[in-house]
Design a protein around this ligand. Sequence first.
Ligand SMILES: Nc1c(NC[C@H](O)[C@H](O)[C@H](O)CO)[nH]c(=O)[nH]c1=O
Ligand SMILES: CC(=O)[C@@H](O)COP(=O)(O)O
Length: 168
Amino acid sequence: MSSADKNLSVFKTEGLPDISSKKFGILVAEWNTEVTEKLFEGAYQTLINNGASPENIERGNVPGSFELTLGAQWFAERRDIDAVIALGVVIQGETKHNDYINHAVAQGITNVSLKSGKPIIFGVLTPNNMEQALDRAGGVHGNKGDEAAITAIKMLGLYNQIATAGAY
Ligand SMILES: Nc1c(NC[C@H](O)[C@H](O)[C@H](O)CO)[nH]c(=O)[nH]c1=O
Ligand SMILES: CC(=O)[C@@H](O)COP(=O)(O)O
C-alpha cells in the first residue's frame, strides 16, 4: 500500500494512552529543511493535540539523516526520554548515496530501538524528488511527521499494555 492509498495524517485516536507525563525527543535532519521543518511541525503539533506537554518535547538537530541514528541513541540513553522521533528527507541523487543512507538509518534506528527498548520512530522520507517529498510533508498524502508522532504514542500505549499485563 502506498501513501497514495493511505493518507499519512489520517489515523484513529481512540484508545490512545495518557502522554501528559511522557517526554519525547524529536531529531530533525538539516538537509532539505524546507521539508524537514514541515515534518517537525506536524510531529510536534500531533503530540500536543494528543496530550503531550510542550515542556516535555525536546528538539535536537543533526547535520543529515545519516546522523539520526547516533542522535537517537543519545536521546534513548537518557532515563527521562520515553520515545524518540527521527525526522529526515533523503532525496534520490545521481548516485547510490541515498540508498546507503536510507538503509543505514533504517537499520540503525531499528537497532537503537531494540537496544534501548524504547520507541525510536523512523520518520524519514525517501522520495525520488522534491515534489514527492512535499506531497508527504503536509501535501496531498498528509504529513509523515504526523504519522511518526502518532506511532510513538501508540507504541507507548502498547508498552503500557504489555508491561501491565506482566505485572501480576
Ligand atoms: N543527500 C542527503 C543527505 N546527505 C548527508 C548525509 O545524511 C550525512 O549527513 C553525510 O553523509 C555525512 O555523514 N542527508 C539527508 O538527510 N538528505 C539528503 O538528501
Ligand atoms: C542522498 C544524497 O546524499 C544525495 O543528495 C547525493 O546526491 P548525488 O547522489 O547526486 O551525489
